[in-house]
Design a protein around this ligand. Sequence first.
Ligand code: S3P
Length: 439
Amino acid sequence: MKNKVKYIVQRAIKPIKGIIIVPGDKSISHRALMFGSLATGLTKITGFLDGYDSLSTLQSFREMGVEIYGPKQNILCISGAGIYGLKNPKKNIYLGNSGTSMRLLTGLLAGQKFDTKLTGDLSLNKRPMNRVAIPLRLMGAKIKTDKYGVPPVKILGNRLTGINYIMPIASAQVKSCLLLAGIYAKGETKIIEPGCTRDHTERMLKSFGYKIKQKENTISLVGGSKLKASKIKIPADISSAAFFLVAASIIPNSDLLLKKVGINPTRIGVINILRKMGADINLLNEKIYCNEPVADINIKYAKLKGIDIPLNQVPLAIDELPILLVAAANAEGITRLRGASELRVKECDRISAMAKGFKTIGVKTSVYEDGIDIFGTKVYKGGCINSYGDHRIAMSFTIAALKATDVIVIDDCTNVSTSFPNFNLLLTTLGINIKEVKY
Ligand code: S3P
C-alpha cells in the first residue's frame, strides 16, 4: 500500500512576512495540455503545475501518442497532434484524483474514432459523471458509467452533433467538457450557464485561434476548426494563494506579497469575500498573460468579521470555501454559507469534513444541506483531524493550526501534491513549524 503522510502543525509564534510564489494554476495547466495536444504545431507552456492532477492529464495524452517534453522547471513543450491526430491508447487511462481530467477528457474523447475507458482513485470513483454523460449523450455520444453514474467511464467514439444545452448546475467542468466535445460536433454547440463559472476554456480557445461566441451567460462554438499552437504563460494559482491569504489575514502583523497570481474575474470570489470580511488586500502590478489577468497580491493582517457569503460569489470561490471557513472561524461573529451543495461532491464531502474538523478543535458550526454557519471564536484548541484524503481540507486545517492553542495533526495529506507540491516547504520558509510524517 502507498505510504500516507500526516502533517503535525504548531501554532505560529511570529507574523508571516515576505515574498512568495505559489505554483501554477491547475485549471489552466489542464487546459493548456489539452489544447496544446490538439493543436497543429509546437506549443510551449511556462508556469505549468507539476502536481499529480495535471500530470495525470499529461500522462493520458502521452498514452494517446502525443509527444510532450518536460516538465522541466515547470516548462513543457508539446508537439500537437492536431484535432484528429490522437491515437488509441493501449490501456485504460488512469486519472488518479483528478475530476477535471476525467470530466474534460470525457467530452474530448466522445468524438474520437476509438474507444477509451477512464478510471480513477477511490475518491474519483465516487464522483458524479452523469452531469457530463447526460448532455454528451444528447450530442450522440456513447458513454457508459457504472450503475450509480460514477466512474469508470467507458467512451465509445462516435459522431457528434451540436446541441443547445441549458446547464442545470453552474459547473466549469461541464461547460468545458461540452465545448471540447463541440470541437468534434457537426454544427453549433451552445451552452447556457445558470451562474458565472471559471472561463479559462473560453479564454484559451481564443489563445489557440479557435472562434468562440460569448454573450452574457451563453457560450457557443462551431465544430471542425483547427487549433493553432500557441505560447502559454500560466499564472500562479489563486486557489493555492488562498491558503496564504487567509494565513496572513489571521496572524497578527503579517504582511505577504504573492507574485503573479491569476485574478481572472471568474476566480476572485476569495478576494471579494475576504475583503467583505475586512481583509487588507491590495492588487499591484496588474498585467495580462495569454488572455488571463494577473497581479501581485499584497495582504496584511486585519481583524475579520463574520458575513453572509453572497450567493453569487459561491461559484467564484468554489474551491476556496474550505479555507474561507477557516477565516470565518477566526472572525468576529457568525459567517453563513449557503447555495454550496456542490461542496458535497468534491474530492470529499467538504461541508461534512470541515464541520467534523471544527468540532474536534472546538469551533462551533451549524450544518445545512447546502452550507454551514461558522461561529467565529478567539480561541480554539488542537486535535487530530481527518482530511478524508482531500488536499484542500488538509491545507485548510494546516492554516487553522497556526492559531490553535495546541498542535493540530492532520491525517491523510498525501493528496496535497495533487495541487500544491511544495506547500509545506513554502510554509517552512515563512517560519511555520510543520512536520510531515510517513505512516
Ligand atoms: C474546475 C472547476 C470546478 C473546480 C475544480 C476545477 C475546472 O469544478 O471545483 O477544482 O478546472 O474546470 P466544477 O466545475 O465541478 O464546479
